[in-house]
Ligand binder design. Structure first.
Ligand code: BGC
Length: 760
């Protein structure tokens, strides 16, 4: 089900035709950002056709009052919305009085291109306007990686068939609303507007959350080496400022407008004057040639690619896809600010209003951990530490106590902001992923500082939650977890979801071991923490009992772990027998029917086999994969990547390849026919996993880094780099051999295709 209107190219995303039905899809796909702000690829000039305007600033949200029919105790008061921010890119254009609007004139040529190598987005078109004037335009836009608050546009127009007057009216518009809002509340309030000389800015404040943002712009017109810095006139509306530049040009001549703009994010209680900060930024950049700015941007991206590029030979589709995924992951999260995180749609849409899901720990952490400096994954973990108090409050709201923490399923600031009981109250496995990420970080980086400084508190609070959430079944003489939703959201309120029980028990074991380690290595630090959180060793007694007696549903005949107690009561009909017309089932079946069906939305038992691969033999993995995969409908974007990695491990490389394409080209080929709502950013990290952990076979085996060559038949070679324990390891996987280049100072022993090797 591929839309495939985009060209296949190793470094670029290219659209060659002007199709009004694809505008919103392309707005998502060609999005740009820098981890602090980002935006959909909306046109700068007016567009009267269907479009989804979107520009977002990291960490800026609004608590939209929760709207539910029947209120349940424990529901969050609000649902945090990622806020659509003021528009800084707008340029209203008139040519001899006729508005430039691609929905109205006759578009002759149209091309847009996102160059992933340097983060530069270009659009070119030729149009005949209704007044008969024909022009061509070329627009270049980027959001600076180096300068968090800076974006830049160069808008070039050439008069093709006559002399004409061109009016450029660059503007900033703060009268912006979200597409999705529960009530008619305004999200932003504009505090002050300033429009002097070529500088214009609006300071807006979010209602309730009181975040302050200054949206600014500064423009200049360039014609035949003359630079016009001051606008002819200015306009001030209630929520909008604009500046007018006008010029008459002869047929064949080109004029360009350069516009700098963006946001100064004052967050809350910013001490400095936001207007002055914006002016300083403009002063710094306005005299720099646009091409110079492009060079800096190219340099910044070059540094990112040096470490994070994955090269695939023999298969352009796969190559383009992985770069697209890596590109967007880098645009979404830079890792410099521990208060920011990775939303499922990043800066490309509003859906999944809250920002942080378990996706971050379960899927995204490895990508940032292996392609960045250690401080970056550490910041991702720190994010949860900073929100620990709120997670404890959240657990208290649900009736837990004594320092137990339940992290939210969806959050912006640590408070739960999702309000479906089956997710808010029941999808508690998220706590496990957070602990697992700490373990993952520690085992690959060998950095114990996070656990020592922050992580131990997180782990103890999570384990306290689990020890209270298990109940003892007198019937089974085991500890059970009742009434949960596992990763498979197509089953709610089930008892003993195997994955949840397994990871809960694992958390208790891991926390217990980390406590021992800390006590031994840093007794004074541990004593301090113990006092702070009222830790008493006696708590371990219950933990130990649970560890010994955790109930894990298992079928002796089939020799498989059961997804939950009632799984075998279902009609066990494989998904391939479903008629195509009912897929995806979440758009075609009633919820009641879905809940009773056997169909699995996303890896569930298999998620456990992926995380805890050391605990199971390959035969067990194969058995479980072959049992559960046929029932899995992969209606979460997170699902195919885990199946891809596992299929590699058991040698089903063709299946793995199919799942890889499904995850990595999900948005480019619009598998789920929803790309116009935004991109699936968090699952993009899954694409990275499919390659490095799947086809490259990277794992820790017996405490050693290990690789298995699982190259798909379509590829002639694959190469990638990882940051391992602070040094770079380059891995080159060929048809029948794997080479390594180790840049570390001391030698390491690794395993390659089952054999121990030593890298100097
Ligand atoms: C998935 C969740 C995921 C969320 C955000 C849902 O469709 O089922 O596991 O956390 O999307 O990506």
């Amino acid at each position: 089900m591929s839309t495939s209107y985009l060209d296949i190219d190793p470094w670029k995303i290219i659209e060659n035709t002007f199709d009004k039905n694809k505008i919103m899809s392309s707005e998502s796909i060609f999005s740009i950002g820098n981890g602090y702000m980002g935006q959909r690829a909306n046109f700068e000039e007016d567009y009267s056709g269907e479009t989804f305007q979107g520009s977002y600033i990291g960490g800026i949200y609004y608590p939209d009052k929760t709207k539910v029919g029947w209120w349940k105790n424990g529901y969050p008061e609000y649902f945090a919305k990622v806020l659509n921010a003021p528009n800084w890119i707008g340029i209203h254009i008139q040519i001899d009085g006729e508005i430039l609007d691609l929905n109205r004139g006759k578009v002759k040529r149209f091309q847009r291109e996102l160059n992933m190598k340097n983060g530069i987005y270009t659009r070119k078109f030729q149009i005949t306007l209704n007044n008969g004037i024909e022009i061509s335009a070329e627009i270049i836009r980027f959001i600076s990686l180096k300068e968090n608050s800076l974006g830049a546009i160069q808008y070039k127009i050439t008069a093709l068939n006559r002399d004409c007057e061109i009016l450029f009216e660059p503007y900033i518009d703060a009268g912006i609303v979200n597409q999705d809002s529960n009530w008619d509340d305004a999200f932003w309030k504009n505090k002050s507007l300033k429009n002097i000389d070529s500088f214009a800015a609006i300071i807006s404040k979010t209602n309730k959350t009181k975040f302050e943002v200054c949206t600014y712009m500064s423009s200049k017109l360039i014609f035949q080496n003359n630079i016009i810095n001051s606008p002819l006139s200015k306009n001030k509306f209630k929520n909008k400022l604009s500046q007018i530049f006008k010029i008459n040009i002869h047929k064949g001549k080109t004029v360009k407008l350069i516009k700098l703009g963006g946001y100064i994010n004052g967050k809350r209680n910013y001490k400095k004057n936001l207007f002055i900060e914006a002016e300083k930024l403009i002063e710094k950049f306005k005299h720099i040639d646009f091409n110079e700015l492009l060079k800096v941007q190219t340099e910044s991206w070059k540094r990112i690619w040096e470490m994070s590029d994955i090269k695939i030979k023999g298969d352009l589709k796969s190559q383009q896809a992985i770069r697209f995924n890596i590109f967007h992951l880098n645009q979404t999260y830079s890792g410099k600010d521990p208060e920011l995180n990775i939303g499922p749609k990043g800066f490309t849409g509003e859906k999944y209003g809250g920002s942080t899901y378990w996706d971050t720990e379960a899927y995204c952490l490895p990508f940032y951990m292996f392609t960045k400096d250690q401080s970056i994954p550490k910041n991702l973990l720190k994010y949860r530490f900073l929100q620990l108090d709120k997670a404890i409050e959240n657990a208290e709201k649900l009736g837990f106590g004594k320092g137990a923490a339940l992290y939210p399923m969806v959050t912006m600031n640590g408070e739960e902001c999702h309000n479906e009981w089956e997710i808010t109250f029941e999808e508690i496995h998220r706590n496990g992923a957070i602990a697992y990420a700490i373990y993952n970080y520690e085992r690959f980086t060998k950095d114990f500082t996070y656990v020592k400084e922050m992580g131990i508190e997180v782990l103890i609070a999570i384990s306290r939650f689990w020890s209270q959430r298990f109940t003892f079944s007198n019937d089974k003489k085991k500890y059970v977890i009742l009434g949960v939703t596992g990763p498979n959201e197509y089953e709610n309120n089930v008892n003993n979801n195997w994955y949840t029980n397994y990871i809960a028990r694992w958390c208790l074991v891991y926390t217990k071991n980390q406590i021992k380690k800390l006590e031994k290595l840093y007794p004074i630090d541990f004593l301090k923490i113990s006092k702070k959180i009222n830790w008493n060793k006696v708590e371990l007694n219950l933990w130990e009992d649970i560890i010994q007696k955790t109930y894990l549903p298992y079928d002796d005949d089939k020799k498989i772990f059961l997804q939950q107690d009632g799984f075998l009561d279902k009609e066990l009909i494989p998904a391939k027998r479903l008629d195509k017309s009912v897929r995806p089932i979440n758009q075609n079946w009633s919820w009641d029917r879905i809940l009773r069906s056997v169909y699995i939305k996303q890896a569930d038992v298999l998620q456990g086999f992926y995380f805890f691969s050391d605990d199971f033999t390959l035969e067990e993995l194969e058995k479980h994969y072959k049992y559960y995969e046929p029932f899995t409908v992969h209606e979460s974007s997170l699902s195919p990547s885990v199946h891809s990695v596992l299929a590699c491990r058991i040698g089903l490389i063709d299946d793995a390849y199919k799942f890889y394409l499904q995850t990595s080209r999900l948005d480019l080929d619009d598998y789920n026919l929803e790309v116009e709502e935004g991109l699936h950013i968090t699952s993009m990290a899954g694409s990275w996993m499919s390659i490095v952990e799947g086809f490259g076979g990277m794992q820790i085996v017996n405490d050693k880094l290990s690789f298995e060559n699982k190259l798909p038949i379509e590829w002639t070679s694959l190469s990638f780099k990882i940051n391992f324990e602070g040094s770079i390891l380059e891995v080159n996987v060929g048809k029948n051999k794997t080479n390594f280049i180790w840049k570390g100072k001391s030698k390491i022993n690794i395993i390659s295709n089952g054999k121990k090797i030593s890298l100097p």
